[in-house]
Write a protein that binds this ligand. Structure first.
Ligand SMILES: Cc1ncc(COP(=O)(O)O)c(C=O)c1O
Length: 401
C-alpha cells in the first residue's frame, strides 16, 4: 500500500493511486486441496454424471438445510430448471424484484412465462412484500424472493402472500449460500432455492449451480430436466446393465461435471471459514465507514445471519459534488475495484422494449443512482480493506459535500 497521506491528489488527476494493483470486488481462493480434488476426479472413471456429483449434492444438504439438492451447470440453469419443474409455462406470471441480476427474470422467459418486476424495500433493497401483494393477479403462479447481496429476503412475509393465493414461493439464493434467518438456513425458507458457484461467490466451481428443496417430486423432475428429460442417467443405466433410456419429457443438458463437483466439495469444506472472514470484514467495514461521511451501508434485517456476497453502500447524491458514475471512475483510478449491483431489471433495453416503464419501481431506480459495491471477498486482508477506506477518504476530501 502506498501511504495515502503522502499524495492527496486523486489518481485520476495525476496523484499516486492508493493501490498500484487493483483490488477486485470479488474473487475465488483456490488451494492445493482444491487442485488435488480436481486431479483426483480427472484420474477417476467419470468426468461427468459420476460419483462426485452425488457427493457434492450430499455435502450441500446440511449447508442448505434441504433434504434434496440437484447440482446443475450454473445459477441461471438452476432458476430455469426450478421454474420448469414447477410447471411454469406460457401465460403464467412470475413476480421478481427489480434489484437483482437479469437471470432471475430471464428464468421466467425461458419457460415462456412473463416476469412481473416489482419494487424493493429502501433500507435493504430486498423484494418488498407489499409490492408483491399488489402485483398478484389471476395469471400469477410464483414469486421469487432474491437474497440480494447475501441477505435472506423476508420469505416469511412472502410465504403469507403465496399461501393466501396458492402460489409457489421460490428463492434465488445465488448470493446467500450459508446465510440464515432466525437460525433457518437459506435453502429451507422457500419451496426451492437456487445457488450459484461462479468464482465471485462463496464457493467456486468455475460455472456451477444447484437447487435445494424439501419437495422430492420437484427434485426428481429437476434431475430429469437437467438430463434431456431422460428417464435414466448414464450411471443408472450402467448400474442396471441396460442400454435403454427413454425421453419422458423435453429437457436440457444442465449437468455439472465431476471435475466441477470435486472442486465444489473441496471448496465447501472451507465455506464456514470463508463466511466467518466475510462477516468479520463486513463488521469492520461498518465500523470504519462510520467515520466516512456520505457512505452508508444497507440495513440488515433483525435475526438474519448475512452471507455477505456483496458489500453494498449508498452514496447519497446530496453529499457529493459529483454523481455515482464519476465516483466509481475515481475509485477505480485509485486501484479499488468497485462495482454496481444492479441496474434495475426493468431498465434494461430488452425490458424497456417489452413495455417496462421508467418510474415503475421508484425505490430501486433511486437506489441505483447511489449504489456502489465495495470489494469484499474472503481472501481480502485488513490492509486491503484499509486501502478501500483510504481511497474513499481521498474522494471525500476532493469531491465531498
Ligand atoms: C441473483 C443472481 N441470480 C442468478 C445468477 C446466475 O448465476 P450464474 O452466473 O451461475 O448463472 C446470479 C449470478 O451472478 C445472480 O447474482
Amino acid at each position: 500500500m502506498t501511504d495515502p497521506h503522502s499524495d492527496l491528489r486523486l489518481a485520476a488527476e495525476g496523484g499516486a493511486p492508493v493501490r498500484a494493483a487493483r483490488l477486485p470486488y470479488g474473487r475465488q481462493q483456490i488451494d492445493d486441496e482444491d487442485i488435488a480434488a480436481v486431479v483426483g476426479a480427472l484420474r477417476g472413471d467419470w468426468l461427468t454424471t459420476g460419483p462426485a456429483v452425488e457427493a457434492f449434492e450430499r455435502a450441500l444438504q446440511p449447508v442448505t438445510g434441504a433434504p434434496h439438492v440437484v447440482a446443475v451447470s450454473n445459477g441461471t440453469t438452476a432458476l430455469h430448471a426450478m421454474l420448469a419443474a414447477a410447471g411454469i409455462g406460457p401465460g403464467d406470471e412470475v413476480i421478481v424484484p427489480a434489484m437483482t441480476f437479469v437471470a432471475t427474470a430471464n428464468a421466467a422467459l425461458y419457460c415462456g412465462a412473463k416476469p412481473v418486476i416489482v419494487d424493493v424495500d429502501p433500507a435493504t433493497l430486498l423484494i418488498d412484500p407489499a409490492a408483491v401483494a399488489a402485483a398478484v393477479g389471476p395469471s400469477t403462479k410464483a414469486v421469487i424472493g432474491v437474497d440480494y447481496g447475501g441477505q435472506p429476503a423476508d420469505h416469511d412475509a412472502l410465504r403469507a402472500i403465496t399461501d393466501r393465493h396458492g402460489l409457489r414461493l421460490f428463492a434465488d439464493g445465488c448470493h446467500a449460500l450459508g446465510a440464515t434467518d432466525h437460525g433457518r438456513r437459506v435453502g429451507s425458507l422457500a419451496d426451492a432455492t437456487t445457488f450459484s458457484f461462479h468464482p465471485v461467490k462463496h464457493i467456486a466451481t468455475g460455472e456451477g449451480g444447484a437447487i435445494a428443496t424439501a419437495d422430492a417430486a420437484l427434485a426428481g423432475r429437476m434431475r430429469r430436466l437437467r438430463n434431456h428429460g431422460l428417464s435414466q442417467t448414464a450411471a443408472e443405466r450402467e448400474r442396471a446393465g441396460t442400454f435403454r433410456y427413454e425421453m419422458a419429457e423435453w429437457g436440457h443438458n444442465f449437468r455439472l461435471t465431476d471435475l466441477q463437483c470435486a472442486l465444489g466439495a473441496s471448496q465447501l469444506r472451507k465455506l464456514e471459514a470463508n463466511l466467518a472472514r466475510r462477516r468479520a470484514l463486513a463488521d469492520r467495514y461498518a465500523r470504519l465507514l462510520a467515520g466516512v461521511d456520505g457512505v452508508e451501508p444497507l440495513a440488515v434485517r433483525p435475526g438474519v445471519e448475512h452471507a455477505w456476497h456483496l458489500y453494498v453502500v449508498r452514496l447519497p447524491r446530496d453529499r457529493w459534488a459529483v454523481d455515482r458514475d464519476e465516483l466509481h471512475r475515481l475509485l477505480m483510478a485509485e486501484g479499488i475495484g468497485a462495482n454496481v449491483h444492479y441496474l434495475p431489471v426493468h431498465l434494461h433495453t430488452f425490458h424497456q422494449a417489452q413495455g417496462a416503464r421508467v418510474g415503475q419501481c421508484p425505490v430501486a431506480e433511486a437506489a441505483y443512482a447511489e449504489l456502489l459495491t465495495l470489494p469484499l471477498h474472503h481472501g481480502m486482508s485488513d490492509n486491503d480493506q484499509d486501502d478501500v477506506i483510504a481511497a474513499l477518504l481521498k474522494l471525500r476530501a476532493a469531491r465531498g459535500r
